[in-house]
Design a protein around this ligand. Structure first.
Ligand code: M6R
Length: 605
């Protein structure tokens, strides 16, 4: 939630800050602001979109500054609550991501000693306390250390001082990275916002502080002890963040799926051996043979990818596998077997619920492998092992190409796991061959996506939409429902097709739209029963099926996708559901890339 961007160098900071914020806008977009040092600290902030704030922005000179785009937690969406917050003497400005649990107490303490508070936020206390510490003759670092010892909660924090030529940053639970350029430094919540300036970055760990000047930075523990940080390299794919000719990032990212899946699988399939190799997921053969079970953990779209991974692992490797909603994981005090395999799946690598599940598993003595998109993100670093899915930057809040690559990476892993256990080479080769064809099949489908508009027209007339799928298509149904709900704000229910008759069937009225995912996968016949049960009650079926399949006879609106082997169908059947959501949201005039109330990475539990 919320995005931070900072610049310390020789160029005009204001332009770079606005550009950086625009790249981070998907992290939060209810208000934004910047502060630049030019002798004095000059700041500007407002509610609304970053572009609106930027167009009203007065000329702020200076080559050092920090900026913020907000997703409100404490305090409503007002100009006063937007960041930056500046101390009353004008000498300290801060931007903060995270939540302070003891902010009420600290606000009261400030009021009691006569400090005027200008917002309702928890964050504001930082600038006042730091200014007070400076007044008492402390150096900025000492002042920050002292304030950090008072607060409880999470922070990604940047502090700019009127009297000093550096920015102080601190991290505890909210991501911050430092990008190293040539005589210039960048600070950001996400790596892709700095990729056009530099490909070298350092990710701060929890409990660390950094002092960042134009030529250098030092990273230290909160107690001031210097630490050596590892410089990470940000690959070229992370520079692909311009919208180009597309009207929305979501549409761009839907169309990038062919290429991004290619990135995910290329170099990882081994045809001769009928297997795949995921370097970060190499497990000792003796451990593999004795693997008791696999647990996969994620939220939202990542959870749906995990549910598909669960089925693939059981099918191909014959190891019991179970997927978990990350936000529920710790609540149930799970029994952790250190010999089991644990996979944490996340696009952003910052989702607090998933990160917290990872820590719980590690605390109970097991390793966790990350299946993550964002390089150097918290989950990737906390796991310390795993694979990147190589989707490149995903900027639309509604996840599309990351889903495809999560499923792609899990498919590769299931193949690798299967081959190291019971899956035959012949079957492995066949799977590999079919996987290689997928990027082209995705492209072919997207060139001619079928009657999406007719499906949207039907959906827009309804109060709610039911999504049905069976077996490996059941998580695809859930993913389709999530997408339509989050950007079109249409109530949706996803159910395993066979379970529909145990309750949701009561919802069906004349012309109720039901999206059915029904590839020819061996369980289709029973999905057909559910279709007939729905049709008998007046429902209209939007049928997503494989090309040339006679099942199309039962659909009212039929959307064919290229055919493949059953276990790979989610990578194709999900595409029409993404387009349906996109076009429905568009028809309704919604902000497709920035749906209301949501943020791209959810860094609070
Ligand atoms: O970054 P993550 O993959 O961990 O995010 C998990 C969910 O917050 C995310 O998938 C969310 O559900 C998306 N907005 C769905 O499109």
């Amino acid at each position: 939630m919320c995005g931070i961007f900072g610049y310390i160098g020789k160029k005009s900071a204001s332009d770079l800050l606005v550009k950086g914020l625009l790249r981070l806008e998907y992290r939060g977009y209810d208000s934004s602001g910047i502060v630049v040092k030019n002798g004095q600290l000059q700041s500007y902030k407002d509610t609304g979109k970053i572009s609106e704030m930027a167009s009203a922005l007065p000329r702020l000179k200076g080559s050092m500054g920090i900026a913020h785009t907000r997703w409100a937690t404490h305090g409503g969406v007002t100009k006063e609550n937007a960041h930056p917050h500046v101390s009353n003497d004008g000498k300290v400005a801060i931007v903060h991501n995270g939540i302070l649990q003891n902010s009420n107490l600290l606000r009261k303490r400030l009021t009691k000693i006569g400090v005027e508070l200008n917002s309702e936020t928890d964050s504001e206390i930082f600038c006042h306390f730091i200014a007070m510490e400076l007044d008492q003759g402390k150096e900025p670092l000492e002042a920050l250390q002292s304030v950090l010892s008072m607060v409880r909660g999470t922070w990604g924090l940047c502090v700019l001082f009127e009297d000093y030529d550096y920015v102080l940053c601190a991290r505890n639970g909210s991501p911050l990275i430092i990008g190293r350029g040539k005589e210039e430094m960048f600070v950001s919540s996400d790596p892709h916002a700095i990729r056009e300036h530099t490909d070298q970055l350092v990710a701060l760990e929890d409990g660390q502080i950094a002092k960042v000047s134009a030529r250098d930075f030092q990273v230290m523990q909160t107690d001031g002890q210097e630490v050596e940080s590892m410089l990470l390299h940000l690959e070229e794919e992370w520079s692909e963040s311009e919208i180009g000719d597309y009207p929305h990032f979501m549409l761009k990212e839907i169309h990038e799926q062919s290429e991004s899946l290619q990135h995910c699988i290329s170099g990882r399939l081994r045809h001769a051996e009928g297997t795949s190799v995921l370097g970060g997921l190499q497990i000792q053969p003796q451990n593999l043979a004795q693997l008791p079970h696999v647990r996969l953990i994620g939220c939202g779209t990542a959870l749906h990818a995990a549910q598909i991974g669960q089925i693939l692992i059981e099918q191909w490797a014959r190891v019991p596998a179970v997927s978990h909603v990350a936000s529920e994981f710790n609540a149930n005090d799970p029994v952790i077997n250190p010999n089991a395999l644990h996979l944490a799946i996340s696009q952003s690598g910052e989702t607090a619920d998933t990160l917290s599940a990872v820590k719980e598993i590690q605390r109970k003595g097991a390793d966790v492998y990350g299946i993550v998109n964002v390089v150097g993100s918290s989950i990737a670093r906390q796991c310390g092992k795993g694979v990147y899915i190589h989707s490149g930057p995903e900027q639309s809040v509604a996840s599309t190409k990351a889903f495809t690559n999560m499923v792609g990476a899990l498919t590769l892993f299931s193949l690798q796991l299967g081959r190291s256990r019971h899956l035959s080479k012949t079957k492995g080769k066949m799977i590999g061959r079919e996987m290689r064809k997928l990027p082209d099949k995705i492209r072919t489908y997207l060139e001619n996506p079928g009657p999406i508009n007719a499906a949207v027209e039907l959906i827009l007339k309804a109060k709610s939409v039911l999504f049905l799928g069976r077996g490996i298509s059941s998580p695809v149904a859930s993913e389709g429902a999530l997408k339509l709900m989050e950007i079109a704000y249409i109530p949706c229910l996803a159910y395993p097709a066979g379970e529909m008759k145990h309750g949701p069937i009561a919802l069906i009225e004349e012309n109720s739209p039901i999206v059915v995912i029904a590839p020819d996968d061996g369980v289709q016949e029973r999905t057909l029963n559910a279709i007939h049960e729905c049709k008998a009650r007046g429902a209209k079926i939007i049928l997503i099926h494989e090309e040339g399949d006679p099942i199309s006879e039962v659909g009212d609106i039929c959307i064919p996708v290229p055919s493949t082997i059953p276990m790979l169908t989610p990578l194709l059947t999900v595409l029409p559901t993404q387009l349906i959501a996109y076009h429905a949201a568009l028809e309704l005039g919604n902000d497709v890339d920035r749906p209301r109330n949501l943020a791209k990475s959810v860094t609070v539990e």
